[in-house]
Design a protein around this ligand. Structure first.
Ligand code: F6P
Length: 525
């Protein structure tokens, strides 16, 4: 890449673009002007454009579950009809969004009160996976827009320490629980919801009071009713919204409460702007397409097995975890859409990450000198309204420096000159030289937002959603099912029954039996 930059002064202009308020510099990839047309040809041959159209127009492209894939309809603020099996879904989408907005506003302005007449102070979203990560990530990212009275909490794990510690701090009279589950069968969520309900009743409240403190978000009305939540307190969504694509739906209720319905709508508008860009622009000028194709270049041709998401806005610290589900649950497949086992190419990479600056002082060593090459997406906003001015340029200097260091590296000649300038020579210098060489030539994308606000965040999330779509299309896999999470769930159910007895368990392999029995002997009954 050093040579490519040296030989082309226009490389930055050539390999960067702006869309929906997001600027992408992808010039620090191992590409030439010949690479992009070839990658675009790959996308065309794989039929990405026609699949894109089939997705937007409501075809059942999720073939293993026989469902449409229409998270884009949730942010179709123009209200153009979107048909599923001949029925326009927009009236129901709009109706739920209006209900959400009314409810969110009433919690925010204190009209919605707990059963003792006090306004709500704490909102607890109980959900997991897509029913947790999206709302949690967005509420953290947009904390500057949060309502000052309302504290938002997210409970996901069935490790009771999480909900146990939280409940100790809450007042039942001023707490609202949102039970968020697409299926309303997820064990972790239902266990936490039952615990919250019992805690509420144990505080001396009667069952009718539950209606002021528990609402549900689901596609499963019957299960919500069975749990004891009045369907009047339920916000609906539909099977054509995948869990990891659901923050735009009623699953975003906690977001709407936290930042307000107007800001929630701006989040949708940002995503819609990226949807338009994705749907309308040719592959070569299409940001999600380019990100996807560069990922394919790095994964399938340069054999990089993981991909780092490195946000330099602290408020985006949960964005990597959110993308991890989005990407790995979507594209972690080895069977193609026609049921054939994929043997001759790799599919989704390991996606990981954390706050970029913290990463620099932890795992970046491996990025620079490790034996595996890890492509990085660096993400930052230009404005940081709450930051003391002295911090701003230090942050940005580090951001730019990391992208440059990964690309340029440091040659042996540079290392020798540097050590000599420090006064080293002879054996002392020779010993250090190999340790101080950086190979460089390590790819990264730089993503810049003007500011981290609802609109740009919406566009950023949609950018990655479409990237995942394009990669799934090229790998010929169904990005919209997740059968791989089933086996563990089934086995856990069986083992749960075995844990209910004190008899030694013998029906598994030696390791699993051994672990279960070790636990049984030591647990406190
Ligand atoms: O087990 C995986 C999964 O189904 C995810 O796809 C989903 O986001 C999560 O569990 C939660 O599911 P639900 O919203 O139905 O509780």
């Amino acid at each position: 890449m050093r040579d490519l930059f040296a030989s082309d002064p226009l490389r930055f202009e050539r390999f960067s673009l702006e869309a929906a308020g997001i600027f992408l510099d992808y010039s620090k990839n191992r590409i030439t002007t010949e690479t992009l047309p070839l990658l675009a040809q790959l996308a065309r041959e794989a039929g990405v454009e026609s699949l894109r159209e089939r997705m937007f127009s409501g075809e059942r492209i999720n073939r293993t579950e026989n469902r449409a894939v229409l998270h884009t309809a949730l942010r179709n603020l123009d209200n153009t009809p979107v048909m599923v099996d001949g029925v326009d879904v927009m009236p129901q989408v709009n109706a739920v969004r209006q209900r959400m907005a009314r409810f969110a506003e009433s919690v925010r302005n204190g009209e919605w009160r707990g059963h003792t007449g006090q306004p709500i102070t704490d909102v607890v979203n109980i959900g997991i996976g897509g029913s947790d990560l999206g709302p949690l990530m967005v509420c953290r990212a947009l904390h500057r827009f949060a309502h000052p009275r309302l504290r938002m909490h997210f409970v996901s794990t069935v490790d009771g320490d999480q909900i146990g510690c939280l409940l100790k701090k809450l007042n039942p009279a001023t707490t609202l629980f949102i039970v968020a589950s697409k299926t309303f069968t997820t064990q972790e969520t239902l266990t936490n919801a039952h615990t919250a309900r019992q805690w509420f009743l144990d505080a001396g409240n009667d069952t009718p009071a539950i209606a002021r403190h528990f609402v549900a978000i689901s596609t499963n009305t019957q299960a919500v009713r069975n749990f004891g939540i009045d369907p009047d307190n339920m916000f609906e969504f539909w099977d054509w919204v995948g869990g990891r694509y659901s923050l735009w739906s009623a699953i975003g209720l906690s977001i709407a409460i936290c930042i307000g319905p107007d800001n929630f709508e701006k989040l949708l508008a940002g995503a819609q702007a990226m949807d338009r860009h994705f749907r309308e622009m040719p592959i070569e000028k299409n940001m999600p397409m380019l990100l996807a194709l560069l990922g394919i270049l790095n994964g399938n041709y340069f054999h990089c097995h993981s991909h780092l998401i490195s946000p330099y806005n602290q408020a985006l610290d949960r964005f990597p975890a959110y993308l991890q589900q989005l990407d790995m649950e979507s594209n972690g497949k080895t069977v193609d859409i026609d049921g054939r086992h994929i043997t001759d190419y790799e599919t989704g990479p390991v996606v990981w990450g954390d706050s970029g600056i913290n990463g620099q002082h932890a795992y970046y060593q491996l990025l620079h000198q490790g034996s595996n090459v890890t492509p990085v997406d660096f993400i930052v906003s230009i404005e940081h309204p709450d930051a003391p001015p002295a911090h701003r340029d230090i942050l940005m200097a580090n951001f730019f420096a990391q992208t440059e260091a990964l690309m340029r590296g440091k040659t042996e000649a540079e290392v020798r000159a540097e050590l000599a300038a420090q006064g080293l020579s002879g054996e002392a210098l020779e010993k250090l030289v190999p340790h101080k060489i950086f190979e460089g030539n390590r790819p990264s994308n730089s993503i810049l937002l003007q500011r981290l606000d609802p609109q740009t965040l919406g566009a950023l999330i949609a950018l990655y959603e479409h990237k995942v779509f394009v990669q799934g299309a090229i790998w010929n896999i169904n990005s919209y099912d997740q059968w791989g999470v089933e086996l563990g769930k089934q086995l856990a159910k069986k083992i749960e029954a075995q844990l209910a007895t004190s008899e030694p368990t013998t029906c598994h392999d030696a390791s699993t039996n051994g672990l279960i029995n070790y636990y049984k002997k030591r647990r406190q009954v």
